[in-house]
Structure formats: structure tokens, C-alpha cells
Design a protein around this ligand. Sequence first.
Ligand SMILES: CC(C)(COP(=O)(O)OP(=O)(O)OC[C@H]1O[C@@H](n2cnc3c(N)ncnc32)[C@H](O)[C@@H]1OP(=O)(O)O)[C@@H](O)C(=O)NCCC(=O)NCCS
Length: 166
Amino acid sequence: MQIRPEQPQDHSGIAALTSEAFRNAPHSGGNEAAIIEALRADQALILSLVAEAAGGAGLTGHISASRCRIGTADQALIAPVSVLPAHQGQGIGSALIRAALEALRLQGWPGVALVGDPAFYARFGFQARPGLSCEGIPAEYVQSLSLGSAPAPVGPLILHPAFFTA
Ligand SMILES: CC(C)(COP(=O)(O)OP(=O)(O)OC[C@H]1O[C@@H](n2cnc3c(N)ncnc32)[C@H](O)[C@@H]1OP(=O)(O)O)[C@@H](O)C(=O)NCCC(=O)NCCS
């Protein structure tokens, strides 16, 4: 398995695998692939990595990140993360998250936010924090991680408009 930045020829494969990964996810809005495309169209994807099976067997996973704000602080936001159902539970999602965190740290982002199940994301150091919130989402699902020595900021999490319009 290889993790690498997306290339233009990956766009349709990313959309297909994202739709497939979220098809039966209970929290899916059904628009995750459209969100990625809207972020890309707005040049708002600060990171887009694919996991590719060995031997050119195709894409098995994807992770993207965009700019967000927590209060007035600029932060990175990881969303969405997708692994094809047949390949879940093999460490691909974890490898994508670790690769994204390292890439975002190298890009100089002070911290990362996401909305997701703490049972999965706590293992990477993500935490819900008093004062960190996102409208309409239970507070325990809104999590962040500092990538440097500064404490993670708190405040309302403000996402790119694509998350609401796509
Ligand atoms: C979430 C997802 C990306 C994880 O990818 P993966 O390759 O299966 O993850 P890994 O194999 O690295 O890790 C598996 C671990 O995560 C846990 N896990 C996977 N999905 C989880 C979820 N939604 N909630 C809680 N735990 C989850 C598994 O139970 C397993 O735990 P264990 O290591 O303690 O046994 C993948 O399941 C997926 O694409 N799900 C559908 C889309 C989605 O919900 N994306 C995340 C929200 S943006």
C-alpha cells in the first residue's frame, strides 16, 4: 500500500470510493464526494492524499484537509476520510490520518480539527475541549489536536462553505 498526493487522474476514483465508503455510514450526509469536489474547485483543498493498493490495483482510501477557523485561529480541518468497505479494518484509515498529520505539520499548520467518532480519533491524540464547538454537532464529536507547542485553541469551529453548499 502506498500513500501519495492526489493526481488529476485520481479525481473520479476519489469520488467513487468516497461515495462507496459513506454509503452505509449512519452519519453520512450523502454529499461527501461533492464536498471534496467543491473544495477542489475552490482551490481550498490544502491536502488530498490517496491510498493505493500495491501493484496498481486501484485506490482504497482517501483523506482530505481544508482550512478552517477555531474562533479567530486558522487551523486545518481533516474531512472526509474514506476507506473502501472491503479494505476497512486493515490499518489504511489510520495510515492516512498519520500521513495527513505529518504533511500538515510540515506545511506549518499549528493544529488540526475534525468532526468524528472519538472512539476512532482519540488514538491519534484528538480531543474534545471545553469551549470547542460546532453548531448542531454534539461537543464530544468536535475534536482538535495541536501540531506544535501552542495549546489547541477553543471557540466555534467554522468550516469552509463547501461543507454546507455541496
Ligand atoms: C473510519 C474509516 C476511515 C476507518 O478506516 P479503516 O481503514 O477501517 O481504519 P483502521 O483499520 O486504520 O482502524 C480500524 C479501527 O478503527 C475503528 N473504527 C473504524 N471506524 C470507526 C468508527 N466509525 N467509529 C469508531 N471506530 C471506528 C475500528 O473499530 C478499528 O478499531 P481497533 O483498531 O480498536 O480494532 C473507515 O471505516 C471508513 O471509511 N468509514 C466510512 C466513512 C467514515 O465514517 N469516515 C470517517 C468520518 S469523516
